[in-house]
Design a protein. Structure first.
Length: 279
């Protein structure tokens, strides 16, 4: 591993470790669960209810720039999943279904009786897609920010199984034990045979934002030219499952909401306006 790549690896781990220590952007509100309490952040009480799901290992602070830009027009809700930020945990690895149950509780607690715009980055994008598929009547629209897809690992493993295996080993060696357990649970689900079959998505408006930059020093397979081509294809297939919306390609890295928060803000406003129009 080159010196530059080593620096990028250490920076990535440090970002995961300190993200919860950054200043909060909103009032903190507890969301009780059976064995732990999630800590959510609520800002504003505008007509547009927006719930944010962060990427793997990140919490509410990841959306600081986006939420600030939305201002008073938004009832903005962000939170840390179990074990992240100030959110508690029962010590057990969490599956997709368990994370969806927690998201359900956050929405029921902080936006009761309201349809919400769901915004998800990376793994959070997968979660909000699945939530909308299961609860379309509760979703006003989706903003998918360079999202993970159910079928991506099947595509990546078919293209370069050795690289995917090496990436897994590297990540597991770097992650804290609890986060590594969550990663193993996620990989098991995405590697399952049923994950390879695309699921029909609900009739809700969507804006899908795809980051197109190929990294000069790829950290994982997704950042290589081959991985990025497959990533784009996965997003194209995902978008094809929706009946209305927009798919945009942006010249950024994976953390699109940090590099171009205005693009995410515009997407939120677009799906909120579209979703408010009766069919």
């Amino acid at each position: 591993m080159s010196q530059l790549k080593g620096l990028r690896v250490r920076a990535w781990v440090l970002a995961l470790a300190i993200v919860a220590t950054l200043p909060a952007v909103a009032a903190e509100v507890p969301v009780p669960r059976a064995a732990y309490t999630l800590q959510a952040e609520l800002q504003g009480d505008g007509p547009m209810a927006v719930v944010f799901e962060s990427g793997f290992g990140q919490d509410a602070v990841a959306w600081k720039a986006v939420i600030k830009s939305l201002g008073p027009e938004c009832r903005c809700i962000a939170y840390g999943r179990a074990g992240l930020g100030d959110s508690g945990t029962d010590g057990n690895a969490k599956t997709i279904d368990e994370h969806l149950a927690d998201l359900d509780a956050v929405i029921a607690t902080l936006a009761p009786g309201r349809k919400v715009v769901l915004v998800g980055h990376s793994y959070g994008g997968l979660l909000v897609s699945e939530f909308a598929r299961q609860h379309p009547d509760r979703v006003q629209g989706l903003v998918l920010v360079d999202p993970t897809t159910m079928g991506q690992r099947h595509a990546f493993r078919q293209a370069d199984p050795a690289r995917v295996q090496a990436d897994d080993a590297m990540l597991l060696s770097m992650l804290p034990p609890a986060m590594a357990a969550d990663y193993r649970a996620l990989v098991a689900r995405l590697d399952s045979p049923e994950a390879a079959t695309p699921a029909a998505m609900p009739d809700v408006p969507v804006v899908l934002l795809t980051a197109t930059q190929v990294a000069a020093e790829p950290f994982v397979f997704e950042e290589t030219a081959q991985g990025k081509a497959l990533w784009r294809a996965q997003h194209g297939a995902l978008f094809a499952q929706f009946s209305r919306g927009t798919h945009r390609y942006l010249d950024t890295g994976h953390n699109l909401h940090h590099e171009d928060p205005a693009a995410v803000v515009d997407a939120i406003r677009e799906v909120a306006a579209t979703g408010s129009v009766p069919d």
